[in-house]
Design a protein. Structure first.
Length: 156
């Protein structure tokens, strides 16, 4: 019995570490999206300004859900700007950029988040944690849609 308990704890630790990765990615992406929202210029300003706001507001809500799931699993959510930046490893960008460059950089950041959320989804499945798996499926679906929309903006 003790062995299976340790196996569960190890599995949960791997999963909560992975969920903390998604938490850090989400926080970093929210910050980058907010930066783009504030500084975007050009003919697509109104559409991008509005889209970026929708995206960072949704991420703010998601961050809380992810952190609370980590806590529900008995682990602690990471926090702090330096910690998030160090864990997320997302390339920051500075204003000003052409509107297309903001979009391209946000596509890359969303793709990283999808990759990390996919890993967390798979670990949740291996742990038979359907609640965490469902949360990650929701996040992946939303970010795949965001990637599609951002890439559609870049089409000629």
């Amino acid at each position: 019995m003790k062995h299976s308990k340790n196996k569960y704890a190890k599995s949960t630790t791997r999963l909560t570490d992975s969920l903390n990765q998604v938490l850090a990615d989400s926080y970093a992406l929210m910050s980058l999206t907010h930066l783009a929202h504030w500084n975007v210029e050009g003919p697509g300003f109104f559409a991008l300004h509005t889209a970026f706001q929708t995206q960072y507001e949704e991420l703010f809500t998601a961050i809380d859900e992810i952190a609370e799931r980590i806590r529900a699993l008995g682990a602690y959510a990471i926090g702090g700007l330096g910690t998030f930046a160090g864990v997320a490893h997302m390339k920051e960008f500075a204003a000003p950029l052409a509107q297309e460059d903001y979009v391209r950089k946000l596509v890359l950041a969303n793709e990283k988040l999808v990759a990390d959320a996919t890993q967390a989804r798979d670990l949740a499945g291996q742990s038979n944690d359907q609640e965490s798996q469902d949360l990650m499926v929701t996040r992946i679906t939303l970010h795949q849609k965001t990637i599609w929309m951002l890439k559609s903006f870049l089409k000629d």
